[in-house]
Design a protein around this ligand. Structure first.
Ligand code: ASP
Length: 470
């Protein structure tokens, strides 16, 4: 007999069906055994009476065992109906009960929302943790949101293009993860902090409307809204100006919310546009929370923050790009760029939602001399620019449409939409605050010496043994 999902039993009263899943709970009422069985679609009550041929074995069943039950779907007596679950009007009277897999006592309950459990333990047994309804739903919503993004962008004529993961350093302001090359001794790949340069090269390639559900890697200290690896909805368009991108983003975000979160209310449309200066003066932050009523969990206050300075000074008093060096300055006067960087604004924009920066992008410089002067302000020598970014400057000599784009921090967006406080809650196997993934145990030290030899790697003594490592 083919297995059916518990949610489908509702329309099959009187039929004999087979269901399968995890045991959520087991209770005895007199001689009757009740087993609640949980599957992908929901939960369902099964009843094993003493006349059932598997009654004795069934009594041994414990929570989280994986079982298969065959039997007849009965309508529950009126006063036994449970309105709070989909299958609350029916139950399955077991004829056969088969144990598919026994389970050790699980390390924590999966019936609660899980916030009360120590995070290390949750992450170590993440495969158990993910059984809880809240996380299960978050993963399903994650899938739906990605799917709707893809559908929307496809309908708008975008092409999804995958770009390399083993790539070259691109300056997004964080440290790179490096991968040593075996075939090219002494050389390294960098994992992409974002597909920024490749997506610009795709504009040179005439793709015009690019997107990618892109994995990005940044070796920086983690926070509640930051992970070492994360997902972007990365977008780039040719022949656009700032207003075109903003209008497009508003259309996309509105469509996604209307499709997947129809109960949520967008505070203001068109999305307000606030200059960086106004945001800092009025709210003391460049990601203001503009909800009318921040207590209301169904409110979504989107706003664009625009007119950022192109450059700012870091703690070492050096100029760095506020967004990234490929952003177009508001002037093409090279002298002005190099002589008064503090006066230059970048054609950059952020999308904020309820006080979180959920997307950022810019119109790009497509004139090589402008890019060179930006790098000059950032303290790069001419040869260094050629060495590091020569490919982009060279590409732009073969004809480049004006272009611009944006990237959504996908998990941050989803975190706000689901009302979670930490992006770990919307990631299947996230890293802990100190960058470890505890289920597999990464990063690991069990690399064979022969493999290190091939790569020409030898450890120095760990200067900070307290921080972990060898
Ligand atoms: N690559 C940028 C980032 O990751 C986004 C963009 O400018 O499109 O922030």
């Amino acid at each position: 007999m083919k297995r059916v999902l518990t949610e489908d039993t509702v329309s099959r009263v009187g039929e004999t069906v087979k269901i399968a899943g995890f045991v959520s709970s087991v209770r005895m009422h007199g001689k009757i055994l009740f087993i609640d069985l949980r599957d992908y679609s929901g939960i369902m009550q099964t009843v094993v009476i003493s006349a059932c041929k598997h009654y004795a074995e069934a009594k041994k069943i414990r929570p989280e065992w994986v079982i298969e039950v065959t039997g007849k779907i009965n309508e529950r007596p009126e006063k036994m109906k449970n309105e709070s679950i989909k299958t609350g009007g029916v139950e399955l009277e077991a004829e056969e009960v088969v144990v598919l897999s026994e389970a050790k006592t699980i390390p924590f309950s999966v019936d609660t929302d899980g916030h009360e459990i120590n995070e290390e333990t949750r992450m170590k047994y993440r495969y158990v943790d993910l059984r809880r309804k809240r996380l299960n739903q978050n993963l399903k919503l994650r899938h739906k949101l990605l799917l709707e993004c893809r559908k929307f962008l496809d309908k708008e004529g975008f092409v999804e293009v995958e770009t390399p993961i083993l790539t070259k350093s691109t300056p997004e302001g964080a440290r790179d993860f490096l991968v040593p090359s075996r075939l090219h001794f002494g050389r390294f790949y960098a994992l992409p902090q974002s597909p920024q340069q490749y997506k610009q090269l795709l504009m040179v390639a005439g793709i015009e409307k690019y997107f990618q559900i892109a994995r990005c890697f940044r070796d920086e200290d983690l926070r509640a809204d930051r992970q070492a690896e994360f997902t972007q909805i990365d977008i780039e368009l040719s022949f656009v100006e700032k207003e075109d991108v903003l209008l497009f983003v508003e259309k996309m975000v509105t469509a996604l919310v209307e499709t997947l979160f129809p109960e949520k209310k967008i505070t203001k449309k068109p999305f307000p546009k606030i200059s960086y200066k106004e945001a800092m003066e009025k709210w003391k932050t460049d990601r203001p929370d503009l909800r009318d009523n921040p207590e209301d969990s169904d409110e979504l206050a989107f706003a664009f923050v625009v007119d950022f300075p192109m450059f700012e000074k870091n703690e070492k008093k050096e100029w760095v790009a506020v967004h990234h060096p490929f952003t177009k300055p508001d002037t093409e006067d090279l002298k002005k760029i190099t002589e008064s960087p503090e006066e230059i604004k970048g054609l950059q924009y952020d999308l904020v939602l309820n006080g979180n920066e959920i997307a950022g992008g810019s119109i790009r410089s497509h004139v090589p001399e402008v890019i060179e002067s930006v790098f000059q302000v950032l303290g790069y020598r001419k040869e260094e620019v050629r060495e590091k970014f020569g490919h982009l400057l060279e590409a732009f000599k073969y004809g480049v449409p004006p272009h611009g784009g944006i990237a959504f921090g996908f998990e941050r967006f989803l975190m706000v939409l689901t009302g979670e406080k930490n992006i770990r809650e919307v990631i299947a196997f996230p890293k802990t605050g100190d960058g470890r993934e505890l289920t597999m145990g990464t990063p690991s030290a069990d690399i064979e010496k022969s493999q290190l030899d091939e790569l020409g790697i030898k450890y120095k003594k760990n200067p900070n043994p307290k921080k972990g490592g060898l």
